[in-house]
Design a protein around this ligand. Structure first.
Ligand SMILES: Cc1cc2nc3c(=O)[nH]c(=O)nc-3n(C[C@H](O)[C@H](O)[C@H](O)COP(=O)(O)OP(=O)(O)OC[C@H]3O[C@@H](n4cnc5c(N)ncnc54)[C@H](O)[C@@H]3O)c2cc1C
Length: 505
């Protein structure tokens, strides 16, 4: 296809999630003219799908709570997460130091862009509370950071898909991108290019290459993150570290087809400030209904439900193994990766209050069965008999009836391996939640980068002018513990953007 156009600027940022917006903003602050290319019709990426936890130290929130903290302690605690998994040998603590050292300034920057957080919340083995959760939800990141970038003068090109890096004499000179009208355009960077195009959770080829066919076949929460930035970096000599380290499959309830008015409200500072005030001052019973609208959109069911008697069935109404043993892996092999959770009134009565919740968003709140009844009628099912429950779930009636009858009989059969292990599903009314789906949440493989976020190419030589941030520049960091991925996206984006702006050939 003939090249239709050529546009020149100082810095080109590929992507429109947290890392890209941070990169674009900091490149602009460093005086560069910046173009940001986002392939989707809107900004956000996985950043906008996230729960919204950001882990940082020395924040105004910590100070207000009387917590004395510092980046060195943060780094030491970050190491505890990897060592608890016996994975410290695979982690990259040199970059971990960069993350921890820069998190205080990064958090101040988020606040200056109008973001509101509640917290800090504890999360052992962190010795001090460091997790902050954005209000009202993670869509606030692209909304407010996008506005911030636009105000600064960043040119944001939506529906523009970067396809290939332009490399000239070993130096990154720009990208070739597909324009909204289908033509291609050469975007030339006088200074640097920042790859911030997210992970490959939705990229079949890269998941198969780094992990397995099973993982490759599991859908992602964010299907449009196909690993384009990583592929572009690899095409010019970059290497991927910890490509097999993947979060998922995990069962999560499918998101609602229709959003409520509250969910559609833009995260305007006036609204988030009000919510913040409410979080600090109002009794939780008043704020809960509002928070639940956000929380119950796509959360994972707790594993304890299976211990207490819930079973899973697939789209054919069939059970597919012991739910207590990696249910998401088994669900991933069923039609469309879908599963419905069935239980009776004994379980239902139990899951109405603390400590028995159906799902949680770390520290923001706990969703009980009643919350699902109120906010997720689309996945909440209740009926007097197995047949009526099947009808509500739109699953084959006879199959569901037989599955429940066989399961209950198995619990009573003398030589059955299931005997006496769990309560039978008998007490009416019967309940079901679903569909839930096995998802890959995110992948952790990132391009190898230096401490300045320069991409390392063949023979350990940096590729001049090329930077990577967020998932693209994860460079072996495991980022275990809630809130470290987003912190890394913002910290690395800010550093990469600034360095790209200051790059001189
Ligand atoms: C359900 C869920 C919950 C999570 N919760 C948390 C949490 O609470 N805390 C936390 O720390 N982490 C969380 N994470 C992880 C975190 O969201 C990601 O690690 C982080 O957002 C990555 O940021 P990023 O900017 O690198 O990528 P993204 O935010 O994914 O942005 C990448 C962007 O690049 C665009 N793009 C891709 N290819 C191209 C191309 N060829 N051309 C142009 N643009 C392109 C994409 O469309 C996307 O907008 C969660 C992830 C998920 C999926």
């Amino acid at each position: 296809m003939p090249t239709a156009a050529r546009i020149e600027t100082d810095v080109i940022v590929v992507g429109g999630g947290g890392a890209a917006l941070a990169a674009a903003s900091s490149a602009r602050s460093a005086g560069a003219e910046v173009i940001l290319l986002e392939k989707n019709p809107q900004l956000g990426g996985s950043t906008a799908w996230s729960v919204g936890s950001v882990t940082a130290t020395q924040t105004p929130h910590q100070r207000k709570a009387g917590i004395t903290d510092n980046p060195q302690d943060h780094l030491e605690d970050l190491k505890l997460f990897s060592s608890a998994l016996k994975l410290e040998h695979r982690d990259n603590f040199e970059l971990g130091r960069v993350l921890c050292d820069h998190s205080p300034a990064m958090f101040e920057w988020l606040l200056s862009a109008g973001l509101e957080f509640v917290g800090p919340f504890p999360e052992p083995p962190h010795r001090r509370p460091r997790m902050h959760n954005v209000l009202p939800n993670s869509r606030a990141f692209p909304y407010l950071l996008g506005r911030h970038c636009t105000k600064q003068g960043v040119a944001i090109h939506l529906n523009t898909e970067a396809q290939k890096l332009i490399i000239d004499n070993g130096r990154a000179r720009g990208v070739i991108a597909r324009e909204p009208d289908g033509t291609t355009c050469e975007y030339i960077a006088r200074k640097g290019v920042v790859l911030a195009a997210g992970d490959y959770s939705g990229g079949r080829e890269l998941k198969a290459r780094f992990s397995s066919e099973l993982i490759a076949n599991v859908d992602a929460v964010n299907v449009t993150n196909t690993g384009d930035g990583i592929r572009m970096g690899m095409d010019c000599g970059g290497t991927v570290i910890n490509g097999d380290y993947i979060r998922g499959p995990i069962l999560r309830f499918v998101p609602p087809m229709h959003t409520t008015l509250e969910q559609r409200l833009p995260p305007l500072p006036a609204i988030t400030k009000l919510l913040h005030w409410g979080f600090d001052h109002l009794p939780k019973r008043i704020l809960r209904p509002v928070l639940m609208n956000y929380l119950t959109t796509a959360l994972a069911p707790e594993k304890s439900l299976y211990e207490h008697g819930a079973i899973l069935v697939d789209r054919d109404g069939l059970r597919f193994g012991d739910e207590r043993d990696q249910p998401a892996h088994s669900a991933a092999t069923r039609p469309d990766g879908l599963a419905w959770m069935i239980f009776d009134s004994t379980v239902a009565d139990r899951y109405q209050q603390w400590p028995h919740f159906i799902s949680t968003a770390p520290s923001v709140g706990y969703a009980y069965l009643e919350d699902y009844r109120r906010t997720r009628q689309d996945i909440f099912h209740c009926a007097a008999t197995p047949g009526e429950l099947a009808a509500s779930m739109q699953l084959p009636r006879a199959a569901v009836e037989k599955t429940l009858a066989d399961y209950n009989a198995g619990l009573q059969t003398g030589d059955s391996p299931m005997r006496g292990e769990r309560p039978a599903i008998v007490k009416p009314p019967l309940y079901a939640l679903g569909p839930a789906k096995a998802y890959i949440i995110f992948t952790n493989g990132g391009l190898k980068v230096t401490l300045n976020l320069e991409v390392v190419g063949k023979n350990e030589q940096i590729i001049p002018g090329l930077y990577a941030a967020g998932a693209n520049g994860q460079s072996g960091m495991l980022l275990e513990g809630h809130g470290h991925h987003l912190s890394w996206a913002f910290v690395s984006g800010r550093i990469a953007g600034r360095n790209a702006a200051l790059y001189v050939a």
